[in-house]
Design a protein around this ligand. Sequence first.
Ligand code: ADP
Ligand code: ZN
Length: 651
Amino acid sequence: MRNVAIPLAIADMEQIYEVLKRYFGYDAFRPMQEEVIRHILGRKDALVLMPTGGGKSLCFQIPALMMEGTAVVISPLISLMKDQVDMLRNNGIEAAALNSSLDSRGHMEVRGQCRNGRLKLLYLSPERLQADLEWIRTHMKVSLFVVDEAHCISAWGHDFRPEYTQLGNLHELFPGVPVAAFTATADKVTREDIVVQLHMQEARLFVGSFDRPNLSLSVVAGCSAKDKQKMILDIIHRHDGESGIIYCMTRKTTEELSSALKLKGVPCACYHAGMDAEQRRMVQNDFRCDRIQVVCATVAFGMGIDKQDVRFVVHYNLPGSIENYYQEIGRGGRDGMPCETVLFYNLQDLVMRRRFAEESAQQELNRQKLGQMQDYAEANVCRRRILLNYFGERSETDCRNCDVCENPPARFDGSELVQKMLSVLVRTGESVGSTAAIDILTRVSSQLIKRKGFDKIKTFGAGAEISREDWKSYLMQMIHLGYVEVDVLHFRRLKVTTLGEDVLYGRKKAELSVIDRRDFKVPRKKPTMEIPYDDEDRSLFEALRALRLTLAREEKMPAYIILSDKCLHSLASRRPSTLAEFGECYGIGEAKTQKYGAKILEIIAAAGVDTSDTCGAAETSAPKPESYMERQKLLHLNSAKSRTSLPDVAW
Ligand code: ADP
Ligand code: ZN
């Protein structure tokens, strides 16, 4: 019996911290989690927007544990359900999924669990829910409905699924049962649509910060294919034993790159929509279970992946939009530990992307989005500020975890330039776009300017000492830094933000970067990331990682479900010597203490004996961890006989 049954007698809201520690092994909530949990426990509807890796699951899993009955979670992807259920069960929580991957016996079993009321969470696809609605109504006590990936319900969203629209009747069929919807991507229109479509009542909207501070950001411009490959190998080597994704624009590139890396001994595979479903499933699975380290993929890869410990994400080519780029790098570092992201950018990619945009159905929109992506890649202000401002989150400080922050360009007090630009915008009633604004500043009387009388305003010609080209570049910085906003829905008119007003009225200063017209930047070294556990014993960490791999193989589960990277770091730095101390470490709840405590304490004790002998010669018997590649090869060889041959992922 894998599950550790822990009796549940928690009715008091104040006990949410106890539940957090006991089942998940965490001490504190992330921003907004507690508010959402309290709101749902008050039996009210909620729509929650948080980025990938922000910690949405906990927001419904804790209420599910504390409420009477079973929470029904509607989720579009079977592969994600499995991961979530495995993770919950490994934490000693009764959870199951009903979907087409079960045989009839499995079905019977899950239905039995549903009926006896012990199940705290049941995962279903929307189709399954429709088919089983009546059965659920008569046989189960539902505590809560959770709609995961809720943007799928809206035709405005980017991933519309007609099956989701059936979910509107839940409130009528299950009066009094709250409905909580979760998504990582929803603009304003989609948000409103979700609330309407789900017939939400007194719904509260929770919008979390989209900042992902653990993702380092960098752009490397102007590299040849050969340079890129060399740099990618460097990245892979400095992430020995850690997983990574390399996004490529075309199927052919994924195949070529993957073959090249395999030749260099990297356990790697390609993934694209041209492969058949079975092949793709195998690659996904091998990646989840760390049998391959790197996947070279087109954008088709990712939706069904919940892997928590992706430590680097590379864009081999320029993405088509900032939205896509952010979503793709967002697949890294979900466990909150550092993840390195590198974007390669060169002109050939840009030309190719432009062609795609021209050939697409929404030419203008796609051209515009590509333009913004290009601006990002060429920018010399903090990249995180650009991203956050792009997503409408005002950000006033540099992040210190991007290539620009690490290697900052020369800066100057640009308050006066910003004031000149903003004053033009204010004096024209925020009715002009960038061309007209720069015309006014540089004293160009175009037709439009004369017609509107803008050549009479006080700031006409106020910036004539600066070239148009430089103004363009400064304006771009002002947009990136959040002083100016582009109204994309209304002719790309420029608007002054509240942060901009502060500069305009002299309440704050604005720093601008000196313009750097070098076409291509010098490739940079690995960004410096803060390492949260720098006092850890590195060889102990490696020993724990090896043990985790063995456990993962035994239990046939991905390593990140057994114990997270952060948890291993916490163990390697705190070196607990009793079960009680073990239970205090990050991410260790009661179930994991029971399951893994003894084995891990043994390893820590053994490591302690070896390293305490500081004066002794090198006769230490500590198991020296082999390199990841060697370990993988051994495992692969051992399991090769039992596994079907997998030419594409062998190395
Ligand atoms: P999302 O569904 O929003 O993409 P998850 O729910 O998968 O994110 O959470 C991402 C990771 O963060 C998981 O490994 C989860 O265990 C961890 N996590 C969530 N909440 C907390 C917390 N309060 N403290 C520490 N880790 C947390
Ligand atoms: Zn930065």
